[in-house]
Design a protein around this ligand. Structure first.
Ligand SMILES: Nc1ncnc2c1[nH]c(=O)n2[C@H]1C[C@H](O)[C@@H](COP(=O)(O)OP(=O)(O)OP(=O)(O)O)O1
Length: 176
């Protein structure tokens, strides 16, 4: 539980914490497990594949509702906050920046509609053995495989100022 303690300390000491969601839509496609990723088209992380999510807004009733709203906006599907299953916490720090990102990670299996391209994201289903880690955030390959195995995660990744490489990390993986 080393990561959980470090994450708690980082969040406690940070002058400013900004809350984000990150959600992964999962499906069983005729016996093959697949995850929906989106190619980010603009803003922070543009050009990378990622789950769906963004900032928690004051108008969101709960963090789960924020995760559902972001998935609805970015993948144009209908997901309910109550169907969001919380899978853990990721904290990102950046050298020279006092603000810390607290990312609430979810998975969801229940949705309606067909994932479609939005202003922000171009969605695509990936089998678990074909996830494009080389075109994702550097941290993703450390924790996403565990998440897809159904585990829960708590981690912290300390990035350089350029936000591309991290120089330190801690990660706890636990059975759900
Ligand atoms: N390092 C890393 N690994 C995995 N996922 C992420 C990161 N850094 C990140 O920011 N993320 C995730 C967290 C969020 O899901 C998004 C970033 O959200 P963002 O697009 O900035 O927030 P929005 O509210 O959608 O932004 P705008 O609508 O204002 O453009 O990436």
């Amino acid at each position: 539980m080393a990561a959980a303690r470090r994450v708690a300390d980082t969040l406690f000491k940070a002058p400013k914490v900004k809350h984000y969601t990150l959600a992964f839509l999962l499906r069983d496609n005729n016996g093959t497990k697949e995850v929906l990723l989106g190619m980010k088209k603009r803003g922070f992380g543009a050009g990378k594949w990622n789950g769906f999510g963004g900032k928690v807004e004051p108008t969101d009733a709960t963090v789960s509702d924020a995760a559902a709203r972001e998935m609805n906006e970015e993948a144009l599907v209908t997901v309910l906050g109550s169907d969001m299953e919380e899978k853990g916490t990721l904290v990102f720090t950046f050298t020279g920046k006092p603000e810390v990102m607290h990312v609430h990670v979810f998975q969801v299996r229940s949705y309606s509609g067909v994932p479609s391209e939005s202003d922000e994201m171009k969605p695509q289903w990936f089998t678990y053995d074909a996830i494009p880690y080389a075109s994702m955030w550097a941290d993703d390959k450390y924790w996403l495989p565990s998440l897809l195995e159904g585990k829960n995660i708590v981690g912290q990744f300390d990035f350089d100022a350029d936000e591309t490489k991290f120089y330190d990390h801690v990660l706890d993986v636990t059975d759900a």
